[in-house]
Structures are given as C-alpha cells and as structure tokens.
Design a protein around this ligand. Structure first.
Ligand SMILES: [Zn+2]
Length: 282
C-alpha cells in the first residue's frame, strides 16, 4: 500500500531533509558557542547583517551568491551547503534502506509499513550524529544534550517495538540492552585502560557515552560493526600523516566522526552485511 506513495515520500523527505539540514547548521554553529538557537535570527558572522529569507534557501542561495555574503562579500563556508546536502542524502537513505527495502536491510518479514516508525527514529538519529560529527571535528567535544537525544530515540524505538504491534524494526530488546551495556562497558574499559597504560586519554569520555546510548538503539550486532568500521577508518585516515613523516602522535584526534560514520553505515547495511557474512560460513 505504501509502495505507490514512494515517489512522493522521496520528494517530500528530500526537501524536508534540506530544510532541517539548514537548521542543523544553526545548531552546529551556536550550541558549542553557548548561543541561543532561536535568537537572534540568522546573521552574517562577517558583517552581522541579518540574512534575508531569499538568501537563506538551502544550497540554492549559496550557489546564486557564489559563496559570498550579499552585504560584505565575505566568503560563506561551504560547510553550510555540505550539511544540508548530507542531511538530505541521509534521510533519503533512511527511506531507501529502511522503508523501500526493509525486508533486505531490516530482516525477513519486516514490511514497509512495519518499518516506518524506525525509519523516522533513524532520520532523527542521522541528523543528531551529523551535528555530533561536525561539532566534534571542530571543537573535539560532544555537548551532553546530544547523548540525551540519542537515548530518547532509543527509548522511542524500544517502546514502538513493545507497544505498537504494527511498528516493528526486527531488533530484539535483549540485543539492544546488550548493545548499550556491552558497548558502553567495552569503551569504559578502553577509556580507563588507556589511562593506566598510556597515562593519557585514548578517547574522550563523550565517546564512551555515545557508544552506550547508540548501542541501545542499534543492538549489539550493529554496535560491534560500528566500532569495527570506526577503528578501521580511523586507522586508515590517521596513517596518512604518519607515513607523510608528520610525527605529532600526542595531538588530540577526535574519534566521534569515525564512530558516527560507522554507526550510520551499520544502521543501514549492518543486518544485510552480517547475514551475508554468516552465509559464507560452511
Ligand atoms: Zn556579511
């Protein structure tokens, strides 16, 4: 029944994803600077002039203005458009992986209609992680409120599975509990272990909390895969400056950008990837 509506769902999700992406830019800029989200209205960081609505249309305004403020001609960071486009793509991916192809990517017997609740939770999760990615990349910390949001999303997903029979994402409650407690405990051990052995933090405590709350949403299988993907991608990226001869091994590297990437990838394709991998076993 949902199938005939898919083209409209894609168009609506894409447009809304862009608009919400525009709001995420405000969050990424203001929350670490302890500024209010609603006041003052969007203004140019260069000349403080308020930005007119027609100069604030996601992606399009940036291209029309050729990346410069209309008043002072100061360069506008391409990050704004990148965040808007990424949020749109992630939301479209939620529809593609979790609704349109729910039986492949969530499990046998999960229909498109069953998956709608989880897909909405997943969209909010993707947007939250997108914010965490850019804040951690710039400021190397994660404000606590984003852990609370992910925890709330996990509780919503658990409640939908438990109390709304028509909305089911195929992730068992026990798998979620193990994901949250297991992932959190594992990172807690790494966190304190690195203190004892290396005499310094191998990662921030915010990463420990992020794995715990996201594990509760993703289940232990996808959490394990996220940590694996994060570790591999971090090794690849961090190996580049090492082989170029830059020896700053005590510089602080944010780990959350890798974690968030791993979490989003495993939420979309984790189940299918693990099923495929197990099918290779004799
Ligand atoms: Zn300006």
């Amino acid at each position: 029944m949902l199938e005939q509506w898919l083209p409209i769902i894609y168009i609506f999700t894409g447009l809304l994803g862009l608009v919400i992406g525009s709001f995420l830019n405000v969050v990424i800029y203001r929350v670490p600077r302890k500024e209010s989200l609603s006041f003052p209205a969007s203004h140019c960081p260069g000349c403080n002039n308020p930005i007119k609505w027609y100069d604030n249309i996601p992606v399009i305004s940036y291209m029309l203005l050729k990346g410069k403020c209309r008043s002072c001609k100061e360069k506008i960071s391409p990050r704004y458009s990148i965040v808007e486009l990424l949020n749109m793509l992630l939301w479209l991916a939620c529809v593609f992986f979790l609704i349109q192809n729910s039986t492949t990517f969530l499990g046998e017997g999960i229909t498109m209609e069953n998956a709608v609740g989880y897909a909405l939770v997943a969209m909010a999760f993707c947007s939250t992680l997108l914010v965490v990615f850019f804040i951690d990349l710039e400021h190397t910390y994660i404000p606590d409120r984003f852990h609370v949001i992910v925890l709330a999303l996990a509780v919503i997903a658990i409640c939908l599975n438990a109390f709304v029979p028509s909305l089911n994402d195929g992730i068992k409650f026990a798998d979620r509990l193990i994901g949250g407690f297991g992932g959190g405990t594992l990172f807690l051990i790494i966190y304190f272990g690195s203190y004892l052995i290396l005499k310094r933090e191998a990662m921030g405590f915010a990463d420990v909390k992020l794995v715990a709350v996201a594990g509760l949403l993703l289940g232990w299988q996808n959490t394990t895969l996220s940590i694996f993907l994060a570790a591999v991608s971090a090794c690849v990226v961090l190996a580049v400056p090492h082989f170029m001869g830059k020896k700053d091994r005590f510089k602080e590297y944010p780990f959350a950008p890798y974690l968030t990437g791993g979490m989003i990838a495993s939420m979309f394709i984790g189940k299918a990837l693990i099923t495929w991998y197990l099918s290779l076993m004799p």
